[in-house]
Ligand binder design. Structure first.
Ligand SMILES: Cc1ncc(COP(=O)(O)O)c(C=O)c1O
Length: 467
């Protein structure tokens, strides 16, 4: 028993050997490894079996165990050039989204990222909730497309404050991004316009393009979307859908003002149009005075509401809700059916366990307190290092700060320079559905204060050289 505890060590040492070996190299024999690690032959066999299952090594009967050829080498000599004709032009701009999701090297300073960093994630709550629910065998069976009833009830109560929605209005999806993509596809025919704030979430831009929609940018100011321009855009384009983030918009941090909330709802009603309300940062309110969702004041089914748990728990909790009423709800269920049927049962149940646990409220409160401290650290560092060379609004929620650079400094050039220095930031242009209105960077204030300060110090050096 005791010896088996050394299995991870044996696997790790084999992994190290594999990384530095050439493909086809022979690994030490079972007997050598038994002596080296003072383990039983069965432990070595289990280590080999694990690495075989990962495709890293291959046993050759009678000869030994060998490092497998690198994956790329299996395409050596293959000619994939025919695929460019078969695929045609691309509508899916995976490039930027891939960059955003790429995990940077461990020593990087991360000043742009869409999720809470590991030290603020609800990982232990999640781990124990998943352990608990993975044993409930009924959850591995087929589930209703719209998701588990108790989880839908939780979302309905949470969003509608107990009065506005019922579980029938809620459809569970595999994360906010999936919810946006499904909603676009279900509500807007390909080729038709969709109105979006500018700047707006780059993932929504990408999903709209992938669906073949025409993006129509509508300008915002410090109170959110401009109602005059929104009404104009509906009139001019005949659009029937407006994708919006009324609360802590990513990237600008803007909150739609109380006066405009009613006006925007009224404009959508007059245009007989939907508003897709992406309420991604509701759990990340740093003021304690967050306005209610638009959906709560909508009587006639104009608002289709999206709420994800990945932002407040951890990126791996791929669970979100779409709340919709009327025929839109039926369309959305059909769209989910052609997407991926339903979200894994144990994951849905784990999500419910997490948000119902007493520790959830504590987790949210700890995350918010840390975000306030980190936002303030970023703001002080920017003021101290860059002063009047840059402009920004102090965000009151979410996790991003939208930094305007002097117009002659390229956001792309700065981002590339910073990447060379091991600092991850995002060039603002990816958040514009059409022409960028200036040069911007999106900075995230979720990293620990020391990283933020050091990142800004390096950023300021690079910017000052270009002023
Ligand atoms: C505004 C906004 N909406 C939706 C999402 C999607 O998040 P998830 O799919 O992890 O729920 C993101 C992620 O960055 C976002 O920033």
């Amino acid at each position: 028993m005791k010896r088996d505890n050394r299995l991870p060590t044996v696997i790790q040492s084999l992994r190290n050997a594999i990384v530095s070996a050439r493909p086809g190299a022979r690994l030490p024999s079972v007997r050598t490894l038994v002596n080296e690690h003072r383990v039983s032959p069965a432990t070595v066999e289990r280590a080999f079996a694990q690495l075989v299952s990962e495709g890293l090594i291959e046993p050759r009967p009678g000869q030994g165990t060998f490092v497998r050829q690198a994956r790329e080498s299996t395409s050596e000599g293959a000619d994939f050039s025919w695929q460019s004709v078969a695929l045609g032009a691309t509508r899916v701009d995976g490039g930027f989204m891939n960059t955003l999701l790429t995990v940077p090297p461990p020593e990087s300073l991360i000043l742009s990222m869409g999720y809470l960093p590991p030290d603020l994630q609800a990982s232990s709550l999640l781990a124990s909730a998943l352990r608990q629910n993975s044993r409930r065998l009924e959850l591995w069976d087929r589930l209703p497309i719209e998701g588990l009833e108790p989880l839908r009830t939780w979302f309905a109560r949470e969003v509608g404050q107990g009065t506005v929605f019922s579980s029938h209005d809620v459809i569970i999806c595999g994360g906010g991004q999936a919810a946006i993509a499904t909603t676009f596809r279900a509500l807007v025919p390909a080729g038709r316009p969709v109105l979006v704030e500018t700047p707006t979430y780059s993932g929504a831009i990408s999903a709209a393009r992938a669906t073949g929609l025409e993006l129509v940018p509508v300008a915002i100011d410090e109170q959110g979307v401009r109602p005059d321009l929104l009404a104009d855009a509906f009139r001019q384009t005949g659009a029937r859908v407006f994708y919006s983030q009324p609360t802590f918009s990513n990237p600008s941090g803007t909150v739609l003002s109380a006066e405009r909330r009613a006006v925007v709802l009224d404009i959508a009603a007059k245009a007989r149009a939907f508003i897709i309300e992406d309420d991604w940062a509701r759990d990340l309110d740093l003021t304690g005075t967050i306005p209610a969702p638009l959906a709560v004041s909508d009587q006639h089914g104009h608002v289709v509401y999206i709420r994800s748990l990945a932002k407040s728990a951890a990126p791996g909790l791929r669970v979100a809700a779409i709340i919709a009423r009327g025929a839109a709800s039926a369309r959305l269920k059909s769209a989910r059916c052609s997407d991926d049927f339903f979200v894994s049962g144990p994951l849905q149940a784990a999500a419910l366990t997490v948000v119902s646990a007493p520790g959830w409220k504590r987790h949210l409160s700890t995350a918010r307190t840390a975000l306030i401290e980190r936002r303030d650290a970023l703001v002080s560092a920017l003021n101290a290092e860059l002063g009047s060379h840059v402009t920004f609004q102090v965000p009151s929620g979410g996790m991003h700060l939208w930094l305007r650079l002097p117009d002659h400094i390229s956001d792309d050039a700065i981002t590339a320079d910073m990447a060379r220095q091991g600092v991850v930031i995002s060039a603002g242009r990816a958040w514009f559905p059409a022409d960028p209105e200036g040069s911007f960077l999106r900075l995230t204030f979720a990293a620990p204060p020391a990283s933020l300060r050091e990142g800004v110090r390096r950023l300021a050096q690079v910017i000052r050289e270009k002023i």
